[in-house]
Design a protein around this ligand. Sequence first.
Ligand code: ES4
Ligand code: ZN
Length: 326
Amino acid sequence: TDLAHFVSGLPKAELHLHIEGSLEPEQMFELARRNRIAIPFASVEELRGAYSFSRLQDFLDIYYQGADVLRTEEDFRDLALAYFRRAAADSVVHAEIFFDPQTHTDRGIPFQVVADGLLAGMQEAERDLDVTSRLILCFLRHLDEDAAFETLAAAEPWLDRIAAVGLDSSEVGHPPSKFRRVFDRAGEMGLLRVAHAGEEGPPAYVHEALDLLHIDRLDHGNRALEDRALTTRLARSGMTLTVCPLSNLKLCVVEDIDAHPIERMLRLGLRATVNSDDPAYFGGYVNDNYRALIPAGRLDAHDFATLARNSFLGSFLDDVAVTRHI
Ligand code: ES4
Ligand code: ZN
């Protein structure tokens, strides 16, 4: 349709993308072969068939298992470059990508291998595809705060190439308050701060992310809508929400894509953005996420342009670059 065509061609920034979640089954088999690793699935089809989740934890179990094929700097570079090629095809001109160093350092892959590999892919993407990017180091919230401090220490030589810290993995039972001190330290080191909150966790976790972690951007935030005062606070402060429609559908955060709250978010004055989260697992890159919102019929071309503009306004690009994009 005309609207789908318009939406697909809009220049966009992607602000919520786990690079390990862009590992497609085909590339997983290719890296397993290259690195001589056995994977417990017979084929790409069988692996894709296992991607059926009823909650966040179902997904995380298979996502951490998939990451095991990533071993060398070249693997991380190839992973990043494959994502950027796919993103560029969706009119993404800037991406702020999460990585989970602990997933790799805990299985003996040095931080250096992960960081330098990803940075090489990012540099090539800027040179060859004209897609700019930033790196966001996420702490795994199911691990303890000491482990997060160790990860921040390991990252010190790369801090000039890392824009922000984030917080991801199993939300319920691991509130933002658990990471207050390490986020304080990251702030002192000059890093920006983001956190996943209100995906499965209650509105109180969003309050904690604001008050204790001093976040610059909120990842997901769906459940903030259950709290009127919180919604107003987010709108008044101009907080960006990185919303992930197909992820919400696949992880049963929403029951039906046509019941997704993105339209309500916009009408409430929230600075919502559309993102792909873990595209290889959730069935689509950024344009698939935008286009999934069309059939409900509640967003028009102007709304989609607002969502795309929000992605630049909510990015960590400097004002000059934002002005060039909007
Ligand atoms: C994630 Cl969707 C989601 N939520 C929390 N942590 C994650 N890590 C990768 N994807
Ligand atoms: Zn996420």
